[in-house]
Design a protein around this ligand. Structure first.
Ligand SMILES: [Fe+2]
Length: 189
């Protein structure tokens, strides 16, 4: 790309704040209807906890660049026995992957290909995960502190949330006897 200048962007590994940032969005629990298996527990948690913040995304995108990056900061919490998670998405562009690099906290990256094959990568400080093209991905905070990761992606990749919203993911991350466990999703189609 011609005409772009190098630039340094600061990021806070504990809060996920970027300086400068070019965009930000937040997802509260009410935005995640249908994501958690237990709909009653979800409604209760939205009401009783004043619609808590689940995750926040900060991004830096330079006009004219092919790449962009950002941070996702996920709060710890559960709905019923399921840990807080992102909605999960494929990329619109099936030929474009992504990297997730964990800066703070601990969690799980749940991956699923178009055939429904499921894989997981542990998210812990100092590790990066490669998400191959055409694998859906969802991050889950299985710890008790915020999970912060930086991601790097092509600006054209795009988000396709519909496939996971309709079909679900094969596996669920739940708490059993105070510990994280991966169990089959009874509603997976
Ligand atoms: Fe992605």
């Amino acid at each position: 790309m011609i005409g772009l200048s190098p630039i340094q962007i600061g990021f806070d590994a504990v809060t996920g704040a970027l300086s400068p940032a070019t965009g930000q969005y937040r997802k509260r629990l009410s935005d995640l209807e249908g994501v958690f298996r237990n709909g009653d527990a979800w409604s209760r948690a939205v009401k009783e906890n004043a619609d808590p913040l689940v995750y926040e995304v900060n991004e830096y995108k330079k006009d004219g660049s092919d790449l962009f990056f950002g941070t996702t900061t996920m709060q710890p919490g559960k709905v019923g026995d399921e840990y807080y998670m992102t909605r999960g998405h494929f990329h619109v562009r099936r030929d474009m992957g992504e990297f997730y690099c964990t800066q703070h906290g601990s969690g799980l990256l749940l991956l699923q290909n178009r055939d429904g094959k499921s894989e997981t990568i542990e998210m812990r400080e100092g590790t990066c995960a490669f998400i191959p093209p055409d694998w859906a991905h969802r991050s889950i905070n299985t710890g008790c502190v915020p999970l912060v990761f930086t991601w790097f992606c092509n600006v054209l990749a795009g988000h396709d949330y519909a496939a996971i919203a309709t079909r679900g993911m094969r596996m669920l991350a739940v708490e059993r006897r105070g510990k994280f466990e991966l169990v089959p999703n009874p509603n997976f189609q």
